[in-house]
Design a protein around this ligand. Structure first.
Ligand code: RP5
Length: 171
């Protein structure tokens, strides 16, 4: 079995951290080794380069890059490594995060960034786990169990709402 890989969660500013919490918690839920960094592509470009260049050597399987506004962090990191980069656009601007989203999702050809929804922190983590699961069957099992739990939660919500609706409808 291949050695367990880790996920590097990189955010462009400490102001992104509140959104990142759900991502970090989800990675923890799947017992993924996680390291967290504040690295700005424009304020600390050399650190961004260093992290991305060393990612493969250091056993990083996936990089999650969260940033807002002209969110070039994910693209810059992806330029220096073949480790998959997931872009998490942060809703941090007067443009409601559309600027962040487009900065990540519209990467020109050659260097992809797998972009999730604006503030889609949980999905960023789940996608990272899915990528790691290609080499770790136990993660596939954990992901399937997570899907099953979600199904059960929705079915429970359906029962609850039907009950409340019956009261409203007086039936
Ligand atoms: C981006 O600019 C960061 O990722 C953050 O989302 C946004 C605002 O940063 P601060 O001005 O709060 O440091 O670089």
């Amino acid at each position: 079995m291949p050695e367990k890989l880790k996920v590097a969660v990189v955010m462009g500013s400490d102001s992104d951290f509140p959104v990142l919490k759900k991502c970090i918690q989800t990675l923890k839920q799947f017992q993924i080794m996680t390291e967290v960094h504040v690295i700005s592509a424009h304020r600390t470009p050399y650190l961004a380069e260093e992290l991305a260049r060393n990612a493969e050597l250091e056993g990083t399987g996936v990089i999650i890059a969260a940033a807002g506004k002209a969110a070039h962090l994910a693209g810059v990191l992806a330029a220096y490594t073949v480790v998959p980069v997931i872009g998490l656009p942060i809703q941090s601007s007067t443009m409601d995060g559309l600027d962040s989203l487009l900065s990540m999702v519209q990467m020109p050809k050659g260097v992809p960034v797998a972009t999730v929804a604006i503030n889609g922190a949980e999905n960023a983590a789940l996608l990272a786990v899915q990528i790691l699961s290609l080499a770790h069957p136990e993660l596939k099992q954990a992901l399937k169990a997570h899907r099953k739990q979600m199904t059960e939660d929705v079915m429970e919500n359906d029962r609850m709402i039907k009950k409340e609706a019956r009261l409203l409808l007086d039936i």
